[in-house]
Design a protein around this ligand. Structure first.
Ligand SMILES: *[C@@H]1O[C@H](CO)[C@@H](O)[C@H](O)[C@H]1NC(C)=O
Ligand SMILES: *[C@@H]1O[C@H](CO)[C@@H](O)[C@H](O)[C@H]1NC(C)=O
Ligand SMILES: *[C@@H]1O[C@H](CO)[C@@H](O)[C@H](O)[C@H]1NC(C)=O
Ligand SMILES: *[C@@H]1O[C@H](CO)[C@@H](O)[C@H](O)[C@H]1NC(C)=O
Ligand SMILES: *[C@@H]1O[C@H](CO)[C@@H](O)[C@H](O)[C@H]1NC(C)=O
Ligand SMILES: *[C@@H]1O[C@H](CO)[C@@H](O)[C@H](O)[C@H]1NC(C)=O
Ligand SMILES: *[C@@H]1O[C@H](CO)[C@@H](O)[C@H](O)[C@H]1NC(C)=O
Length: 328
């Protein structure tokens, strides 16, 4: 495929401020992925199994202390549905189950009649398949999202970012069968602090978790003020502002001596799609206005190293006035 889609998500940051209370009402949708190759017929047994599966995941979320659960539905292996969810490690079960409950109906709207689907929100990830997905690392359908803003000293920033992310990747993977999550803060400049969060589904082995996160780290964009990578088995995010509740996360051990790792490489991995979003400071929540535009892939120099796959970019209010500049 030699063309790609660029979706510009513009937000009006200056008009509609909403308060912290109303953000609780709706989890923030990020992305969904449903390959077209796995359609089921609307009245099939798989459909009813899928509904049973989603409803049992939703109930599991309400009682989950780890922010994770898996489920299966269906007797016949050919029609059985397998699913799981993962909530962001700092959220309590109320927030987690709100997100999973949203995903339960939202995924069916966005991926109608699909045997295999994944949906990501800021607060949780929900996925299902017609094959067993538990304990199987899946990093092939990653999405990279980043803030269009550039950092001031990219070389030093990428060095600091590499060290910080390697540290939390190691700590997250050591999380055992409970939560596999870790966060860290680091001083970038005297006035700017780096915040980072990494998480794996806890069904992964420590070694698969590290592999998944290292792959994510290697595919983050260079020199951007914020970025996230969403994979089915792991995710990570960094920003220059706090975006998680550090008090609700496992407290970091005294910093181990981390050998300086190579800074994250440019996007070269297979099947990477790049997504750019504006990462709003939590204090400036605003409504989103979504605009779309479709541009041909070859006009997009910075993705040339990436694989020939449809690639999605969301630009945002942070890029208002400059989205074209950003794309060309
Ligand atoms: C999925 O199929 C629909 C209808 O056939 C098509 O419009 C859509 O572009 C396909 N999506 C992908 C990702 O191939
Ligand atoms: C899942 O569904 C796809 C598409 O219908 C099918 O090709 C595949 O064999 C199924 N996998 C299993 C494990 O049933
Ligand atoms: C699904 O519906 C079609 C017609 O609407 C029917 O021919 C088919 O047998 C039904 N399949 C099942 C599994 O009920
Ligand atoms: C869960 O977290 C939210 C947001 O921090 C808070 O408003 C709520 O009271 C918490 N619920 C419980 C049961 O702790
Ligand atoms: C960030 O840097 C890139 C490459 O140096 C440049 O093309 C882009 O316009 C910059 N973005 C902003 C928002 O300044
Ligand atoms: C970051 O800077 C603050 C003061 O600016 C200092 O108190 C703190 O120890 C520094 N943290 C690290 C990890 O160096
Ligand atoms: C998967 O779900 C089953 C049944 O709910 C449960 O017994 C098992 O512990 C779960 N496995 C993991 C890794 O959460």
């Amino acid at each position: 495929m030699n063309s790609c889609f660029i979706i510009s998500l513009c937000l009006s940051s200056s008009f509609f401020f909403i308060d912290i209370l109303s953000i609780e009402a709706a989890p923030e949708y990020l992305f969904h992925d449903c390959p077209n190759t796995t359609l089921f017929t609307p009245n099939s047994t798989y459909r009813s199994n899928l509904h049973a599966l989603l409803s049992s995941l939703s109930s599991a979320a309400a009682g989950s202390t780890d922010g994770f659960a898996n489920a299966t539905a269906g007797q016949n292996p050919l029609e059985r549905a397998y699913g799981l969810f993962l909530c962001r490690g700092d959220l309590n079960s109320t927030e987690c189950s709100r997100c999973v409950a949203t995903g339960e109906w939202d995924i069916l709207q966005r991926c109608p009649n699909q045997r295999v689907s994944t949906i990501w929100y800021d607060q949780c990830m929900l996925r299902y398949s017609n094959r067993s997905i538990l304990s199987a690392m899946e990093r092939s359908l990653d999405r990279v999202l980043y803030d269009v803003g550039n950092v001031t000293d990219p070389t030093r920033f990428m060095q600091l970012l590499g060290e910080t992310l390697n540290d939390i990747a190691t700590r997250a993977s050591a999380g055992g069968s409970g939560k596999k999550v870790a966060a860290a803060e680091a001083n970038f400049t005297s006035s700017q602090k780096l915040y980072a969060l990494a998480q794996c589904t806890p069904d992964l082995t420590a070694s698969d978790c590290v592999k998944c996160l290292q792959f994510a780290i290697a595919n983050l964009p260079q020199g951007k003020q914020g970025g996230r990578l969403l994979a089915p088995s792991c995710n990570l995010r960094y920003e220059l502002y706090p975006f998680y509740d550090a008090s609700a996360l496992p407290s970091p051990a005294p910093p181990p001596p981390v050998p300086a790792p190579p800074p994250p490489a440019p996007v070269t991995g297979p099947k990477i799609a790049c997504v750019c979003i504006a990462c709003l400071p939590p204090s400036r929540l605003s409504f989103f206005i979504i605009l779309s535009l479709i541009l041909p892939w070859p006009h997009w120099p910075w993705v040339k190293a990436a694989s020939p796959m449809a690639t999605t970019v969301w630009a945002t209010g942070l890029a208002v006035g400059a989205p074209e500049e950003f794309y060309f």
